[in-house]
Design a protein around this ligand. Structure first.
Ligand code: 5GP
Ligand code: MN
Length: 330
């Protein structure tokens, strides 16, 4: 399919499902809701589905309550995917990122449209709108609506959703940006998006337990390997209980390690009920996507990646310390 075929396909009202990845972040949610609002304006029936719950901080977004969560309503979610004649996949590029919903997509006869900015996409879609140099999938949704010839249909609500993705995937415009990112931000601001309000909603929303957890990570769980310019924070299962850590509570902790001068790679390692999960961040040309793919069953972007392995916390920490020096070496 090319864009003309897709335009023709979307001439008729369709039964559309929009899917994004498990543990949806601001970009997954913003791009999905922004796209949904646009497609509804085109008279399509649209259902957004995520494999798992979204962080409460994003509840300020319009239509967030209409999102279907597979973990909470598996049958309804499965049926919606089966029934759909059009499936948009946003902010992921491998079906393993959407858990059980992946099978539904794989076997569906629907037209599958992939809009994403991650490296190494799997071939499962009929139409792709991909750009790994884009800051976010939200940026790509904006550009795709433009490609559809409908940018005049973007309104302030769509703008708020997409701007949310721009903010969260660029760390408030600190990384992953390109000139187009700022152009789109300007366009959205012109539509009336209140970016100060969004920043306040997203970042000034912590509970005291989050700051206590951060304090614990920095005071008791941080290792700086100065010689090899990387740093690690780990959390144990016991920490999860002691600090009442829920999904999303550890968001952003990994970034603190890069505040240390000369640190090139940051790793945040957590002991989950069955697996060890890793979040990796890097600076410049160092690819933690390669680290995550090669050693930790993961993937992502060059400077932000993650993965998960069935192993002990101790073994994962040792493996990281063995593997990372080769990446920080000039
Ligand atoms: P985070 O560290 O914030 O959880 O994830 C950073 C990036 O790494 C995400 O945008 C995502 O692309 C990627 N990522 C995180 N966990 C996984 C994983 O288990 N598998 C894959 N393929 N990518 C992941
Ligand atoms: Mn993204």
């Amino acid at each position: 399919m090319d864009i003309q075929d897709l335009k023709a396909w979307l001439e008729l009202p369709r039964d559309i499902v929009i899917l994004s990845h498990r543990n949806p972040d601001g970009d997954a949610i913003g791009s999905s809701l922004g796209l949904a609002m646009y497609l509804r304006k085109k008279f399509h029936k649209v259902q957004v589905i995520f494999p798992s719950e979204y962080p409460v901080v994003f509840e300020y977004l319009d239509h967030v309550k209409d999102i279907l969560i597979y973990d909470l309503k598996p049958n309804e979610s499965k049926q919606a995917v089966e029934k759909a004649d059009t499936i948009f996949c946003l902010d992921f590029n491998g079906l393993d990122r959407i858990d059980k919903l992946g099978e539904g997509v794989q076997f569906s006869k629907a037209k599958k449209i992939l809009i994403d900015h991650h490296l190494d996409p799997e071939p499962f879609s009929d139409y792709e709108f991909l750009d790994t140099t884009a800051s976010s999938t939200s940026e790509l949704v904006y550009l795709w609506i433009k490609e559809m010839g409908d940018i005049d249909m973007a309104d302030v609500r769509i703008g708020e959703a997409l701007f949310t993705g721009l903010i969260t995937d660029t760390g408030s415009f600190k990384y992953n940006t390109r000139p187009m990112t700022f152009r789109i931000a300007a366009d959205l601001k012109e539509l009336g998006v209140d970016d100060f309000y969004l920043q306040d909603q997203i970042f000034n929303a912590l509970k005291s337990k989050h700051l206590r957890l951060l304090g614990h990570c920095l005071a008791n769980r941080m290792e700086i390997i100065e010689e090899h310019e990387f740093a690690i924070i780990h959390l144990t299962k016991k920490d999860y209980i002691d600090f009442d850590i829920q999904r999303g509570d550890t968001e952003g902790i990994v970034n603190h390690l890069l505040y240390v001068k000369n640190i090139q790679i940051a790793a945040f390692v957590t002991e989950q009920p069955t697996i060890i999960k890793l979040s990796l961040r890097s600076k410049g040309d160092i690819s933690v996507q390669e680290v995550a793919t090669k050693y930790f069953n993961g993937g992502g972007h060059k400077n932000a990646a993650g993965g998960g392995v069935y192993a002990s916390l101790h073994d994962v920490l040792e493996k990281l310390k063995r593997v990372l020096p080769a990446y920080t070496k000039k």
